[in-house]
Design a protein around this ligand. Structure first.
Ligand code: SAH
Length: 522
């Protein structure tokens, strides 16, 4: 395995809830704004246009707004303040005229610049137009000018009406799209089936394309082959236990460049079948032939879940399926599928044992750099960014000097026995603290064993105390560090499950002291 990353996959945990986003609020707001009715300044009546409103104010409340504007020489700001004052005080037309007659404008404060009604159409009209419209309404303007104004007003109202209709249609289309997207997400989930532990076998080819594409490029294989801890462990296991391989039929699940198939052939296997869905298998075909192993090794392109093998059963299954934190990528699912489908009675899967361990980390400097950093960025507060940083597990090589506890094994798998549903699990753990410090993170890693029937057992560890591998370690940052004392038992609980939206990614929940955090490994 190597560093498959599907950046499109996303880390989100659940189906995105398309119905409760902020967008909704905006849509509702937009809908309201599309309503053209104008509430009268002095009563609750709604009118359909500016001119109707002005007419109504004059006829019913005896207030001639444009006259007031002229009388008090109101500029745009004065007019806006007056409208907001009337709306906020709910004053009568009479009292308004009284204030105005005193020569004191009670709306002089800037507080009245704030609209009382959202999108108040009376605040959106140009003062010149207002007086013009009113002139026309009252028949005070002379002929041609009034006709021109009337035409302009009608045109503006028609334009507004057409815009409203277009907006309503767009809103309806958006609503349909929203429903469609919701349906697609929900259906996609059902078609993958539940529980998610069976999801890899059920993935459609196009859904898993990015994964296999990542293995099509030579660089990922170069990195794996150059990882000596990994590759030499597989080689040593086969070469030092040739009796296990002598005359056996071997299946190599995910053969990549064919390296494990060739080790098996050299170790004495009678027949080796290598299967890989990625394009790298075409290179493997050349490689096998160049090494004159094509009579022993048969290579098949395809997903192990879909290919037809030239044999019914095999004696041994070998595979290098491990991902970050062991289970990322979920390739073990495919190995278990092959085991249940093709392994003969008494046969073995290698590696046969693996375990996952955790340990406490105290590295205040790194914690500052990753977390406290956001509290003051060039003098700005960006603390909200911590909420984005913390939930992403970090794959990195850990300085072993920062370990502050003994490791604790949280899970062990026997690859010959484990079943799919056990790959999602919860386990309690205790970390024995070895140094008084602030626990700033928890580190996770795995060990691999070639054990069963082996006279020469082989194992390797991806832990921080051992030679580094391309799996590095997986670090789970703790937002608020936990003060711990040497000798103390730090209790915790871990839950490992697949991300329902991307079954090749993992969601890991850590409960430790009184902290609880879910992390994604992707
Ligand atoms: N065995 C090789 C490559 C390991 S990387 C080595 O040790 O160097 C894992 C490989 O498994 C990738 O090439 C990937 O394409 C392949 N693979 C993963 N899942 C598979 C599946 N379900 N069917 C076929 N190939 C798979």
């Amino acid at each position: 395995m190597a560093e498959y990353t599907d950046h499109d996959g996303g880390a989100g945990e659940e189906v995105p809830d398309l119905s409760d986003s902020d967008d909704d609020e905006q849509w509702e707001w937009t809908e309201e704004s599309s309503d053209t009715s104008i509430v009268c300044l002095f009563c609750d009546r709604s009118l359909n246009s500016i001119s109707d409103t002005l007419q109504h104010c004059l006829a019913e409340h005896d207030v001639h707004i444009p006259d007031l504007v002229k009388k008090f020489s109101l500029d745009d700001y004065g007019y806006i303040k007056m409208i907001n004052y009337i709306r906020s005080k709910k004053c009568s037309g009479e009292s308004l005229l009284q204030c105005a007659n005193n020569g004191v404008f009670p709306w002089d404060s800037d507080d009245y610049m704030r609209p009382v009604l959202p999108d108040d159409p009376l605040l959106q009209i140009d003062l010149e137009d207002l007086c013009g419209v009113e002139a026309m309404v009252l028949g005070q303007a002379c002929g041609g000018q009034a006709a021109d104004l009337l035409q302009r007003t009608q045109q503006a109202e028609e334009r507004a009406l057409r815009s409203e209709e277009a907006l309503a249609r767009a809103m309806e289309d958006l609503h349909k799209l929203k429903l469609l997207a919701q349906g697609l997400v929900l259906n996609a989930d059902t078609s993958r089936g539940s529980p998610a532990c069976g999801a890899i076998a059920e993935l459609r080819e196009e859904e898993d394309e990015a994964y296999f594409d990542s293995y099509g490029h030579y660089s990922i294989h170069e990195e794996m082959l150059k990882d000596k801890v990994r590759t030499e462990s597989y080689r040593d296991f086969m070469h030092l236990n040739q009796d296990v391989f002598k005359d056996k039929v071997v299946l190599d699940v995910g053969c990549g460049t064919g390296i494990l198939s060739m080790f098996a052939a050299r170790a004495g296997a009678r027949k080796v079948i290598g299967v890989d869905q990625s394009e790298i298998i075409y290179q493997a075909m050349d490689i096998v032939r160049s090494n004159n192993l094509h009579e022993t090794i048969t290579l098949i392109k395809g997903r192990i879940e879909e290919v037809t093998l030239p044999v019914e059963k095999v004696d041994i299954i070998i595979s290098e399926w491990m991902g970050y934190f062991l289970l990322f990528e979920s390739m073990l699912d495919s190995v278990l599928y092959a085991r249940d489908m093709y392994l003969a009675e008494g046969g073995s899967v290698y590696p046969d044992g693996c375990n996952i361990s955790l340990a406490a980390v105290g590295d205040t400097e790194k914690h500052q750099d990753r977390i406290a950093f956001w509290e003051d960025v060039y003098g700005f507060q960006m603390a909200c960014m911590k909420k984005a940083v913390v939930p992403e597990a970090v794959v990195q090589v850990l300085n072993p000097d920062t370990l502050i506890s003994e490791p604790a094994v949280i899970q062990m798998f026997d690859c010959n026995k484990v079943c799919l549903s056990e790959l999602e699990f919860t386990s309690d753990f205790t970390l024995k603290v070895t140094k008084t410090a602030q626990c700033t993170a928890v580190v996770g890693y795995f060990d691999i064993f070639f054990d069963r029937s082996c006279g020469n057992k082989v194992m390797f560890s991806t832990g921080p105390q051992c030679t580094k591998t391309h799996w590095k370690q997986t670090l789970f940052l703790i937002e608020n560090p936990i003060p711990v004392q040497s000798g103390e038992d730090l209790q915790g609980k871990i839950t490992v499950r697949k991300n329902r939206k991307d079954p090749r990614a993992l969601l890991i929940t850590l409960e430790i002291a009184d902290r609880k955090q879910t992390y994604s490994v992707q």
